[in-house]
Design a protein around this ligand. Sequence first.
Ligand code: PMP
Length: 359
Amino acid sequence: MSPSDQPSVRLRPEIVALPAYRQGQAAAATAFKLSSNENPFDPLPGVIEAVSAETAYNRYPDASALALRQRLAAKYEVGVDEVHVGAGSVALLAQFILAAAGPGDEVLYSWRSFEAYPSLVTVAGATSVRVPNRDDHGHDLPEMAARITERTRVVIVCSPNNPTGTIVTSDEFEAFMAVVPNNLLVLLDEAYAEFVTDPEAVTGLPLLKRYPNLVVLRTFSKAYGLAGLRVGYALGPVPILDAARATAIPLSVTGVAGAAAIASLAASDQLLRRVRTITERRDAAWRALTEQGWNIPAPQGNFVWLPAGEETTDIADVLSAVGLVVRPFPPEGIRISIGEEESVEKLVCMCADIVDDLP
Ligand code: PMP
């Protein structure tokens, strides 16, 4: 029987129509990969040792990832059950959305934001409600609050926002939480929290005690440099975390990933010094680009957002041709990770030429 003779399997049409996850473009060995907001530093020797010591590949990992949750609980002074871990914070986002929203329900978020949100909502069978970012590229929280309906089950707030790098301030967030019904799950996606230097930015952790509907999501992928090992964590109320745990694909945090995360927590000081290097590079790049005439929102993640509009694809091609592999979102702009020092210098230099040629 040829494939065309076979009866077609009935799949969910909305799933068949979903685009595949669009990964940051790979870079040639001579180029800089600035397309996935990764950490440019090599893993610490202590982390490599911890990974090498984890050799029981013939055994399943601890499904509850207890050792890692204990370390995180101690760090944040919360109970072990108030910590949930998953194979990256994207896996956790999927779990929380599945736990709270299904067919007929709405999930509300600002747009443009993290590309995975729309797909995760569709997979859950729910409907995305996207509220456009403000003109300054930040979240419009009052408008988001106004768009809450009886069908809204989850609101996602991303601060710093991927890809625009903007933050939500504490005041904005608290004003928002004050009007959100407390039976509506709010996910505060803080994947880039460690890079934040603006004192006005919201930090979800101290707010957890005040809001029974708040969950904070963080990751080891960015500041901690473990994107390849896939570990993220959520902090929040036990009943919500338990519901997310119930949706999880079991055993997805491997022993190797858990050991690397534990070793990274032990080396936090060293890793956070690296973060400071990146934020200094970021701020210097932002100042230089702003002086050149680019209108770039103050970046608070490990990346900058060039609102290049209709020129997005052309500019990304020019950058790529000189070995800077960036992430275009046509026709809005380009997200560029802050990586190696040389890549930032090259970026600033190229952008000076590009801005002169803009219409
Ligand atoms: N949230 C945001 C805002 C992100 O940008 C990313 C990664 N690009 C994630 C979550 C997921 O990160 P990970 O799954 O690697 O933890």
